[in-house]
Ligand binder design. Structure first.
Ligand code: G1P
Length: 300
């Protein structure tokens, strides 16, 4: 498989989901816009992409997702009002999200799963490797993952997925990988993948977390991938085909992540993510931690 020397600059962020787990909050607001402390969840993900050098971001959206486009665009009225007041720090906070990357949007008219969402990116991506970031996973900026995945893709070609060890009782919530070691500690070769296996079917406790650096050959495979788990076209199934037949688009490697990951996909995890991130914030953390300590010891 020929390797490309052009740097990877395109990222795809699927954001067409209905967010039903957060109803009624998500009745008229996209789930990606729910705040994690004081920033919408999706902004953390776009910041992570931008920090990894991904300057061209395509969001796969759907109906009722206009606030996403507005959030990453300028808001001149608000900016002028803050300027008139001389509120420079809030002005900078407002402008941050519109300066991160070049944003593009395409609608997934008929949501048929993650694989289908990624396929909607084919015309924009072209034939170069690209990244995919799922909005429910937040990766702590102090533990960079994407940059490492890009490095591994540049070294080996093909595709690279992010893996993390999880409690075997949780593996049914994820895609799961069968792997073999490579010479590098944090890199494995992916031999097979199963989407959301039962404990009996799971080949390991290595879960796919929502970061991918993909060879563009995945589009050709996705076009032929039949609906899988949940009747949806699964990205995991397409990657399984690539892992089994490297001649189609190079090998599939996994980077085993040992850093901090926050899940905002369900209500309990979302609350835990907010508490953890709030505790670590320099501005809010000291007061919030003190309050939390007394709340836990005195009131629980
Ligand atoms: C998706 C993928 C799954 C992966 C997970 C990571 O599932 O299909 O393989 O493990 O993201 O968050 P979802 O959580 O969207 O159902």
């Amino acid at each position: 498989m020929p390797k490309s020397n052009a740097p990877i600059v395109k990222a795809v962020i699927p954001a067409a989901g209905l967010g039903t787990r957060f109803l009624p909050a998500t009745k008229a607001t996209p789930k990606e816009m729910l705040p994690v402390v004081d920033k919408p969840a999706i902004q953390y993900v776009v910041e992570e992409a931008a920090t990894a050098g991904l300057s061209d971001i395509l969001m796969i959206t759907g109906r009722n997702k206009r606030p996403l486009e507005d959030h990453f665009d300028r808001n001149y009225e608000l900016e002028e009002a803050l300027q008139r007041k001389g509120d420079e720090s809030r002005l900078a906070r407002v402008q941050e999200s519109s300066d991160l990357a070049t944003m593009h949007y395409v609608r997934q008219g008929n949501p048929k799963g993650l694989g289908h969402a990624v396929l909607c990116a084919a015309p924009h991506v072209g034939d170069q490797p690209f990244a995919v970031l799922l909005g429910d996973d937040l990766i702590d900026p102090r533990d960079p993952l994407l940059r490492r995945m890009i490095e591994v893709q540049e070294e080996h070609g093909g595709s690279v997925i992010a893996l993390m060890e999880v409690d075997p009782a949780q593996i049914h919530l994820y895609g799961c990988a069968a792997v073999t070691p490579t010479g590098e500690d944090d890199v494995v070769r992916v031999a097979g993948l199963v989407e959301k296996p039962t404990p009996d079917e799971a080949p390991s406790n290595l879960a796919i977390i929502g970061r991918y650096v993909l060879n563009a050959s995945v589009f050709e495979v996705l076009r032929k991938t039949a609906p899988g788990r949940g009747g949806e076209i699964q990205l995991t199934d397409a990657l399984q085909i690539l892992a089994a037949e490297p001649a189609l688009g190079g090998p599939v490697h996994g980077v085993v992540f040992k850093g901090r990951r926050y899940d905002t996909g369900d209500r309990g995890d979302y609350l835990r993510a907010i508490v953890r991130l709030a505790c670590e914030r320099e501005d809010l953390g000291p007061d919030f931690r003190a309050w939390l300590r007394s709340y836990v010891t005195e009131e629980m």
